[in-house]
Design a protein around this ligand. Structure first.
Ligand code: PHE
Length: 470
């Protein structure tokens, strides 16, 4: 495939390849697993509507800023930032901000692959079920719901199995990233994302006709201002960033492989729109089943892994639907984990001046080891709470610490820095030539990155981390 960047650098072969890869990065476990869990844990409507507000007014302008930095710099995230700062006659220290982003991507990668391992486990469970009972009836025929629910705690109690599955998932990710951008990452996105969308639409349409659809609609979209606490706001903004792959250098890295002919504002809109639509549809797929089965919506991380499989029990051809569902989640997770691995890989490759396979291997081994600690925090290392003395991390084992530190600290801080950098540091001429916007829209975007994003994020961070202030 031909690199679109015009030089010998590896890059996306076309605009649509970039869109598929970026949508692939955005759509993942964040939409299917984390969004319903967070929406349920944070009371539904107020969280969801504030999340949409964050996507449009904060996420989208930051997404455009990140891809713009990447494309102008044509290098790893810190190097792209450094180049733009130098061209604008500013201090090169700004690249430190992007280095934190690279670290953030590495941290997310480590626990993301652990959850990827759970998905592999459920694929195995449903394959077994298809063989055991055939595809005609519902899933897990004749087994009580408690039995189905206990599959996840069963997995959690088996540290070795969790570590093994995590290792398998990260190895698959390693395989594609080590092959490079156009022939590895792009290949995954071009084949797996369309397959994901077909399966996803089929399951959502199916879900809409079963279960308590209107109850789910009311739950997800009724705004109750009293529920919008500082913690809920921080959770919503964190979810918006996590879902759009922002604040951790991921989109900057992908932006570096985009050709000059691509309109970044337009493609950012497509990426954010597709990502948000999938999250909302995932909610509309999972919550009707939750309500129809009389289960609690605040099931947290267990919603996708415990509640949904119970729903598959009462569906015709439920074993097959369940199997397809988890295969689809696996595709979505893989197109995200490759982007998480790419950010530190591109940085290391450039920094240490080593080849791609070696850089990928080093990142993989590091994330594998850190992920093992995360996997064991569900069993043998449950009592290891490294940051438990800080209220934000109270009672959290390694897995939760990695999730909280990235989504509630590194991502919002990374986004504030990105907005400030593009809004105030980078030279206007350079920004104007990259953003693909004109007239009033460009002015509005500049207002958002200069003022609204940094201020809103600082306030949300403060009230979210120190709720007693309110
Ligand atoms: N956006 C991905 C998801 O929703 C996760 C991700 C976060 C990917 C940050 C890259 C960077 O699953």
């Amino acid at each position: 495939m031909v690199a679109a960047t015009g030089s010998s650098r590896d890059g996306w072969s076309s605009r649509s390849a970039f869109i598929l890869a970026a949508v692939g990065s955005a759509v993942g476990l964040g939409n299917m697993w984390r969004f319903p869990a967070e929406a349920g844990a944070n009371g539904g409507g107020a969280f969801v509507l504030f999340y949409i507000f964050c996507v449009v007014l904060i996420g989208l302008p930051v997404l455009l800023s990140e891809t713009l930095i990447g494309r102008h710099g044509q290098a790893s995230a810190p190097e792209s930032v450094r180049k733009i700062a130098a061209e604008s006659g500013r201090s090169s220290h700004w690249d430190t901000l992007a280095s934190f982003g690279v670290l953030g991507a590495f941290l997310v990668l480590s626990f993301y692959c652990v959850v990827g391992g759970w998905v592999l486990y459920y694929i195995g469970v449903f394959v077994q079920d298809v063989f055991a009972t055939g595809i005609a009836g519902g899933a897990f025929e004749g087994r009580p719901p408690e039995d189905i629910e206990s599959l996840l705690p069963g997995l959690f109690s088996d540290g070795m199995l969790m570590v093994g599955l995590h290792a398998v998932f990260i190895t698959i990710t390693f395989y594609f990233v080590s092959r490079g951008v156009s022939s590895g990452i792009e290949w995954v996105a071009t084949w797996l994302m369309p397959a994901f969308f077909v399966l996803f639409l089929a399951i959502t349409v199916y879900g809409a006709f079963t279960g308590a659809f209107s109850e789910a609609l009311t739950y997800l979209f009724t705004f109750d201002a009293s529920k919008l606490t500082g913690e809920v706001m921080l959770a919503a903004v964190g979810q918006a960033f996590f879902s759009l792959s922002l604040g951790v250098a991921g989109m900057m890295t992908y932006g570096a492989y985009v050709g000059r002919e691509v309109n970044l504002a337009g493609t950012s809109g497509i990426i954010a729109g597709a990502d948000t639509a999938v999250a909302l549809l995932a909610g509309l797929c999972i919550f009707p089943i939750v309500f129809a089965a009389g289960l609690e919506p605040n099931g947290g991380p267990g919603l996708m892994f415990q509640t949904l499989p119970i729903g598959f029990q009462s569906m015709p051809v439920g074993s097959l639907v369940g199997l397809l569902f988890f295969i689809m989640v696996f595709f979505a997770a893989l197109t995200s984990s490759v982007s998480l691995m790419e950010a530190p890989t591109a940085w290391l490759k450039e920094k240490a001046n080593i080849g791609r396979p070696l850089a990928t291997l080093v990142v993989t081994i590091g994330a594998l080891l850190l992920g093992i600690l995360a996997a064991l925090s569900f069993n043998s290392m449950a009592d290891f709470q490294p940051l438990g003395f800080i209220p934000l991390f109270e009672g959290q084992g390694m897995f939760d610490v990695l999730d909280t530190v990235t989504s509630k600290v590194l991502m919002p801080v990374g986004a504030i820095m990105t907005a400030l950098f593009v809004g105030w540091v980078a030279e206007r001429r350079l920004i104007d030539s990259e953003n693909g916007l004109t007239g009033g829209l460009e002015k509005f975007w500049l207002f958002l990155v200069r003022w609204l994003c940094p201020f809103a994020l600082i306030i949300i961070l403060v009230v979210g981390i120190f709720p007693s202030i309110l």
